[in-house]
Design a protein around this ligand. Structure first.
Ligand code: RBF
Length: 168
């Protein structure tokens, strides 16, 4: 067994001046809420991001995440240093899961590249409810892990790099 998720960077990053958007779905909300809490608490406790600099907005489902992220980035002033897109897709008996997962993953990546604002892919793509619970830290197994923690670490690290300038 090994520790799941992102090992914190050896450099202690300072997020105290960052503005971060957590954009989450209301689909599968109980699981999503745990992931949002994991991300939010990590921003506050590990990186000293100020409470008032964390915006939390919601959309219906994962498919809406890329468009909403793009619009929030476009109209935010001052701009966000990073966006964490959080959703939970659980496979059903039709092809919806495959279409939504692929569109959402590509869409979030595209928004990040087009807007040059780091957009973290915080979308679980699970085959069962149990897998989703485990990855939100709500499961039964000892290896359960809340991936919201990792997504906060990704967001701050990318925001720091953006602030320092990538070539440095
Ligand atoms: N959105 C999610 O975030 N997670 C899901 O597991 C999910 N499953 C869906 C299953 C079906 C059959 C449909 C029609 C939609 C689902 N959605 C899900 C919603 C989707 O992301 C989006 O909100 C809607 O398709 C409207 O654009």
């Amino acid at each position: 067994m090994f520790t799941k998720g992102v090992t914190p960077s050896e450099t202690p990053y300072d997020g105290s001046e960052f503005r971060i958007l957590i954009l989450h779905t209301r689909w599968n909300l109980p699981v999503v809420e745990a992931l949002v809490t994991g991300a939010r608490e990590t921003l506050l406790s590990e990186f000293n991001v100020k409470m008032e600099n964390i915006s939390i907005k919601d959309v219906p489902g994962s498919y809406e995440l890329p468009f909403a992220a793009q619009e929030f980035i476009k109209y935010s002033d001052p701009k966000f240093n990073a966006v964490i897109c959080i959703g939970v897709l659980i496979k059903g008996s039709t092809m919806h899961f495959e279409y939504i997962a692929e569109a959402t993953a590509h869409g979030i990546m595209r928004v990040g590249l087009d807007t040059r604002t780091p957009c973290v892919f915080g979308v679980l793509t699970c085959l069962t409810d149990e897998q989703a619970l485990e990855r939100a830290g709500l499961g039964e197994s000892p290896s359960k892990h809340n991936h919201g923690i990792d997504w906060a670490r990704c967001a701050v690290e990318l925001a720091v790099r953006g602030q320092q300038g990538w070539p440095s």
